[in-house]
Write a protein that binds this ligand. Structure first.
Ligand code: BEZ
Length: 399
């Protein structure tokens, strides 16, 4: 026997050693149980660009829901995979496939931008991957593209802005100009706003738009000044919304033509534009100072964990965690039991900081929409603008 042969273990010796080691483990540690495999969670959110802060708040909220359960869902640890989608619809297929095909995630969570979400939903439908949408409102996702494995925990673009038209008409505004980015979220918000405002007796005199994520508002603000409508309504969010509020005030329009919108206009931006935003009224499925104990507790815990005040995006991320946790509990951690998992999500009642909400047949929240007014750094709760508002889910054949 050569020296090297005597020290190098043969395959047989290795196997014998492994068997002996396994036997010893069994003998000396009879109570050690096999750990269930980690649940692979893919977070596809923006961490750069105009929606970067929104992606970060969603991540915080989701992780907080998991941490409240000791970092596990139904006893299974979580392994996170993250991709910055840059709010770029052109990169959506490639980015989604990095998580679905390369990382083989069990569940895909994303995203903020409607155009990117449409790309994700297409791949989720083709591959059967569970997709939970924590923001993007693209109506089609829970409309003609609705699918058993696609759920939204936020809103449809139709929902948050729908009640503001009635509020504006009640405040005596007869004509309005609409302004937003020209992509699914802006276009769908416009259609919903027009529907609500004109049903309440108002007239939209002009729809203005610019490509996402441009913030060259000046020519459009000059056009608003010359049109002189009773009011302006809009959809903007994130850093672009802060710039719009600031430019609207700088153009001298703030005290002449009241500005309204879906609450994305003022959520998460008030530290930057507090003064210029005072008094703005918006509608959204969340507000500051809601008369809800669950919300008070959530806000304290979030502020303690992240040294930040939560906003609607944080709540949506948190609720995504709550939905997944409820469904995982229902199947006792057996993620492979897809039918039961989906059934649990369909029947979920989410005890959310925004108020309790349920899942519609098209897999979109049925929820209260609040009227809010900016006071100081808060989007202060004023009233319930619409109780238990369900998206019409036009074109969805489920349920
Ligand atoms: C959207 O693209 O659907 C969206 C983005 C930011 C806030 C709200 C909606």
């Amino acid at each position: 026997m050569s020296h090297s042969a005597s020290v190098r273990p043969t395959r047989r010796r290795l196997l014998a050693g492994a068997t002996a080691a396994a036997a010893a483990t069994t003998l000396h540690a009879p109570f050690v149980r096999a750990q269930p495999a980690k649940l692979k969670v893919g977070l596809m959110l923006p961490s750069t660009g105009t929606f970067a802060a929104l992606g970060s708040a969603i991540t915080n909220g989701f992780r907080m829901a998991v941490e409240e359960r000791g970092g596990k869902l139904a006893g299974r640890e979580i392994e996170y995979f993250a991709v910055d989608d840059e709010s770029n619809p052109a990169k959506a297929p490639e980015n989604t496939n990095r998580l679905v095909q390369r990382d083989k995630v069990d569940v895909l969570i994303g995203t903020v931008h409607s155009g990117v979400a449409l790309g994700m939903a297409k791949i989720a439908r083709e591959t059967g991957t569970l997709l939970l949408i924590p923001n993007a409102g693209a109506d089609d996702v829970t409309g003609p593209m609705c699918a058993p494995n696609v759920f939204r925990t936020s809103f449809s673009n139709w929902q948050p802005v729908h009640p503001i038209g009635k509020v504006m008409a009640e405040r005596g505004h007869k004509t309005a100009v609409w302004i937003s980015w020209k992509y699914a979220a802006g276009d769908e918000s416009f259609r919903s706003f027009k529907e609500g405002f004109e049903k309440a007796g108002g007239k939209v005199v002009k729809e203005l738009g610019l490509p996402f994520p441009n913030v060259e508002f000046q020519p459009l603000l000059s056009e608003i000044a010359s049109l002189r409508p009773d009011a302006v309504a809009c959809f903007f969010a994130g850093a672009g919304a802060a710039k719009f509020i600031s430019d609207y005030a700088a153009a001298g329009l703030r005290d002449k033509i009241p500005l309204y919108g879906s609450g994305f206009l003022t959520d998460g931006v008030l530290q930057a534009v507090q003064q210029q935003a005072q008094g703005l009224m918006t509608t959204l499925h969340y507000a500051d100072a809601l008369p809800i104990q669950r919300d008070r507790e959530f806000r304290l815990a979030y502020a303690k964990a992240f040294k930040l005040q939560p906003d609607v995006y944080a709540v949506q991320g948190y609720d995504t965690g709550l939905l997944l946790a409820q469904a995982m509990d229902a199947v006792k951690g057996d993620f492979g039991n897809k039918q039961a998992l989906i059934k649990a999500m369909e029947g979920a009642k989410i005890d959310s900081p925004r108020g309790t909400w349920t899942m519609s047949k098209a897999h979109n929240p049925i929820q209260d929409i609040y009227l809010r007014r900016v006071e100081g750094e808060s989007n202060k709760y004023v009233s319930v603008a619409w109780k238990a508002l369900a998206d019409p889910a036009r074109g969805c054949r489920m349920g």
